[in-house]
Ligand binder design. Structure first.
Ligand code: HEC
Ligand code: HEC
Ligand code: HEC
Ligand code: HEC
Ligand code: HEC
Length: 469
């Protein structure tokens, strides 16, 4: 089935059924619309809060990993506060790396203005059951040094507030399984990295194979719901099964380089360091142009836009059909090593915006346009995932995910096709514009998570235009 979810005027997301299945679709659509429409997010009945088993409570010395087998990762207080170093200790020598990382999403993994409300809502709705789990990736140092819970971060020291930082990544000794951070940390004098041949007066260096492997990233960029087993984030496993994984083009090759089309960053990684052909960059660009704009980081926002634009291309083909025109839109994933979109695709979304205008510039056909309340028109082709909760209701809340109910995304080096029927002849001189749009957060998710007054802009990833004649 060719389903994709959509956003309705009342801020809900309901399944959209392929046009080819007219009758069946009509019936199913009515049924689904009845089930999910304006109730979603308002009259929704949430699954009973999970009973917190005694052994999962965060008592000293006990495992607090919500269902992940013991021994596979560090305990919640294997380490003491201060065992991991403050990134500022590294910044004095590793200046460029520190400057880039300081503006990265890794730096803001905990303080992130989109993460915090979602995380606090999860904590509230599950009576704290999710605190330690979310902290695994978003506050990995706090989580390993007994500073989480309480969920509000009031016990965090300065290092813990800085999210995924230098000394967390560079003291990882092993990744047991690349999912749900099954890492073994070994903080201390030895800093592990991709070389091992440098000399630092401040620390020892050690070559570490795992740091050169995509599985290092996969430890966090692969998330499975610890209770239901629903796939929450699949970036790593998707990459591994796809063409870039097969070829061995790692996450590091696209996300630790200067940007699309520029593979090398020659120079020194540190004051007193050796000259290198390529020094791994640490901004980790992705799709977060909106976040960077809000932070006032113009260069970083521009880089995130370039990443989004490098990912996709659009093609249009037209066929005349009895006074109308069939417009075949092909969306190609030409630059991302994984599906687009990827990551938290239950919050983010991509969609097709189509406009056909006559000579005078009046629209004769539109799809995927944005209304005054910033919601995208319901009759739109969306690329994203949507969860179903235990009661079968659609939800953007990852902690309620029982299964992925809808998944329409474009695989690496693959494409998706959609036909639009435009009510004008194929030689009437009409102008057609198709845009592939991206949002860091769907407006429905922003509203539901309760981010006060957040108007999430649409960012253009690709555009194609033609005149019908
Ligand atoms: C006094 C300066 C100094 C400080 C402070 C410092 N480093 Fe380094 N570090 C170096 C030098 C010099 C090298 C070698 C660079 C080279 O020759 O390529 C290095 C190399 C590294 C490497 C590369 C390891 C490899 O061989 O692959 C990592 C990782 C690293 N440092 C992490 C850190 C972290 C994390 C901190 C903070 C906790 C830190 N450094 C603080 C000077 C420093
Ligand atoms: C999300 C994990 C992560 C964080 C956070 C991180 N690094 Fe790295 N770093 C890596 C990985 C992975 C590599 C190896 C990349 C590769 O193999 O291409 C690396 C490489 C390095 C290198 C070697 C660069 C080279 O090419 O010679 C240094 C030095 C370094 N990091 C220091 C730091 C410092 C200092 C910080 C904090 C300001 C930091 N890192 C934050 C994951 C991280
Ligand atoms: C300790 C867990 C962890 C590790 C290891 C990790 N990441 Fe991340 N990464 C995160 C989290 C959490 C976020 C999201 C932070 C936020 O926005 O709240 C993130 C965000 C990102 C983004 C999104 C940036 C954007 O603009 O939206 C990219 C790209 C990324 N990571 C790449 C990598 C790569 C490449 C590696 C391996 C070298 C890696 N990460 C290793 C946890 C991790
Ligand atoms: C061939 C280059 C390439 C490879 C390999 C690659 N990526 Fe990406 N990645 C991209 C591009 C281009 C984008 C921007 C498009 C987008 O955001 O979907 C992106 C986006 C992302 C984002 C941001 C998604 C969002 O919209 O929030 C994350 C997170 C990410 N990549 C992580 C990874 C991880 C982890 C790996 C390895 C398992 C990886 N990438 C491998 C090119 C690559
Ligand atoms: C195993 C690692 C891991 C765990 C556990 C985890 N996350 Fe994340 N989270 C990530 C990664 C990686 C990203 C970035 C993906 C992307 O850019 O699309 C992310 C991004 C997010 C974002 C989007 C932030 C933004 O900037 O838009 C939210 C919200 C979020 N997570 C909430 C949560 C909540 C709530 C929990 C606990 C219920 C949780 N996460 C648990 C790895 C994790």
């Amino acid at each position: 089935m060719n389903n994709s979810p959509h956003e309705t005027a009342c801020g809900t997301e309901t399944p959209r059924l392929s046009k080819g299945m007219a009758l069946l679709a009509g019936i199913a659509f009515l049924f689904l619309f009845f089930l999910f429409s304006c109730d979603y997010g308002q009259g929704i009945v949430y699954a009973a809060e999970p009973e917190k088993p005694e052994s999962d409570k965060n008592q000293p010395g006990q495992q607090g990993n919500a269902g992940i087998p013991e021994q596979k990762m560090d305990n919640i207080n294997t380490f003491d506060a201060g065992d991991f170093e403050n990134p500022e200790n590294c910044g004095g020598c590793h200046r460029d790396i520190y400057a880039a990382w300081s503006k990265s999403k890794h730096r803001f993994a905990w303080e992130d203005p989109f993460y915090q409300p979602d995380y606090l809502k999860a904590s509230h709705e599950t009576d704290g059951f999710t605190d330690v789990f979310c902290g695994e990736c978003h506050a990995p140092i706090a989580r390993r040094t007994g500073q989480l819970p309480p969920p509000d971060g009031s016990l965090f020291d300065e290092t813990s507030k800085k999210g995924v930082s230098c000394d967390f990544c560079h003291t990882v000794k092993a990744v047991v399984e690349p999912v749900n951070v099954q890492n073994i940390s070994d903080p201390g004098r030895v800093k592990r990295g991709p070389r091992g041949d440098g000399r630092s007066p401040y620390h020892d260096v050690q070559f570490s194979e795992i740091h050169t492997d995509a599985a290092f990233c996969g430890a966090c960029h692969n998330v499975v719901h610890p209770v239901s087993g629903a796939i929450v984030i699949d970036t790593y496993s998707d990459w591994k099964e796809g063409p870039y994984g097969a070829k061995g083009t790692r996450c590091q090759d696209c996300h630790m380089t200067p940007g699309p089309g520029v593979e090398k960053n020659p120079g020194k990684s540190s004051f007193m360091g050796k000259e290198r052909e390529h020094v791994a960059t640490h901004f980790f660009p992705g799709g977060s142009a909106f976040f960077q704009e809000r932070e006032g980081n113009d260069a970083e926002a521009a880089l995130a836009r370039r990443m989004l634009q490098a990912a996709a291309e659009l093609e249009i083909e037209t066929t005349a059909m009895d006074g109308k025109t069939a417009l075949l839109v092909r969306v190609k994933n030409v630059g991302a090593g994984h599906k687009i979109p990827t990551g938290v695709t239950y919050i983010r979304k991509m969609w097709l915006e189509v406009t056909a205008t006559d000579d005078a510039g009046n629209a004769v056909f539109t799809s995927g346009h944005t209304a005054d309340n910033n919601h995208v028109d319901p009759e739109t082709v969306f690329y994203q995932t949507v969860f179903k909760d235990a009661d079968g209701n659609l939800t953007p809340k990852s902690w309620l995910a029982e299964e992925v109910a809808y998944d329409r995304r474009i695989p690496a080096k693959g494409h998706d096709e959609q036909t639009f029927v435009i009510p004008v002849t194929a030689d009437g001189g009409h102008r057609v514009t198709v845009r592939l749009m991206y949002r860091s957060m769907s407006q429905a998710a922003a509203d539901e998570i309760g981010i006060e007054g957040l108007m999430v802009p649409g960012i253009e990833m690709a555009r194609a235009e033609l005149t019908l004649n």
